[in-house]
Design a protein around this ligand. Structure first.
Ligand SMILES: Nc1ncnc2c1ncn2[C@@H]1O[C@H](COP(=O)(O)OP(=O)(O)O)[C@@H](O)[C@H]1O
Ligand SMILES: [Mg+2]
Length: 265
């Protein structure tokens, strides 16, 4: 596997722009993702999260700006980028009529890896799917499917993983199962960029959060850093820590209190 310079960020994005006809979706997006850990790209429905992920995974060309993944430029070294990543979309790519294990073996074979059965069994174990491994995926719950989907994306050990809205449409229990799986991935050194429209998902899962709003990153930091963007709390009888939701609404300007705190232009 090709690995870029160790000191480089896993993902580097500068001035990224993308329009669909007259719709300007990305209007100069800048961010870096350090190696390891979970980075959340947080934004409302239609903010441009999937567009950004598609550009980073070489499925779509940007109109302007630069982006590199694992040290490789997405525009000029797309094959190297593809070798460095995996992409899991909002809709699971698993095959329903195969068993969980067969799905994993199939992907390992497609990637020409040796010992596909062993790879499948290790991943089933890692994602708590060993007992379900011999069952058809059609019988799996939403959380099990999504876990299997993530397991499939890990075959070949890509250093960078994109998860586009990994928990959209899942029930609360399945979400927590997916969160655990993502956390374990990151703890083992994989760089995870996930997109989400859920504030609590970013709050619980991400080491760093970038908020994509109206085509730009309007805030980027750890949760404590984002909380510091709010004006200091007034002294009251009950002290309330701001939630990420408070910060989000304040910086996108929906409550009128903090206006555009954190805007970089
Ligand atoms: N292929 C396309 N053609 C035209 N408009 C698109 C296309 N893909 C996405 N859009 C529009 O671009 C905006 C951003 O979409 P998307 O990147 O999917 O946002 P998100 O993933 O944050 O929900 C939305 O308004 C969407 O309708
Ligand atoms: Mg999307």
């Amino acid at each position: 596997m090709k690995v870029g310079q160790a000191q480089e960020p896993a993902i580097h994005v500068r001035g990224l722009e993308k329009s669909y006809k007259t719709l300007r979706v990305l209007r100069g997006v800048d961010f870096d993702v350090a190696r390891g850990g979970v980075f959340a790209l947080l934004g409302s429905n239609g903010a441009g999260k999937t567009t950004a992920v598609k550009i980073l995974s070489t499925l779509l060309k940007a109109d302007a700006g630069t982006a590199s993944v694992n040290g490789f430029d997405v525009a000029t070294q797309p094959a190297d980028v593809r070798e460095s990543i995996s992409l899991t979309g909002q809709f699971a790519a698993v095959d329903e009529i195969l068993t969980g294990r067969e799905n994993l073996v199939l992907v390992a074979r497609l990637r020409h890896l040796r010992h596909p059965g062993k790879i499948a069994d290790e991943l089933l174990d890692r994602f708590s799917l060993t007992d379900a491994g011999a069952r058809k995926v059609a019988t799996y719950s939403g959380g099990m499917r999504r876990r299997l989907d993530i397991a499939m994306s890990l075959i070949g050990n890509p250093p960078v993983i994109f998860l586009d809205e990994p928990t959209t449409g899942l029930d609360p229990r399945a979400r927590i199962e997916v969160w655990q799986a993502v956390r374990e991935l990151a703890d083992q050194g994989t760089t995870v960029l996930l997109t989400t429209q859920y504030l609590d998902e970013a709050e619980h899962l991400a080491d760093r959060i970038a908020i994509l709003h109206e085509g730009r990153i309007i805030a980027n930091g750890t949760l404590p850093e984002l909380k510091r963007l709010l004006p200091p709390a007034k002294v009251e009888y009950v002290e309330k820590q701001p939630t990420l939701e408070d910060v989000f609404l304040a910086i996108i300007g929906d409550d009128g209190a903090a206006g555009n705190a954190g805007t970089d232009d």
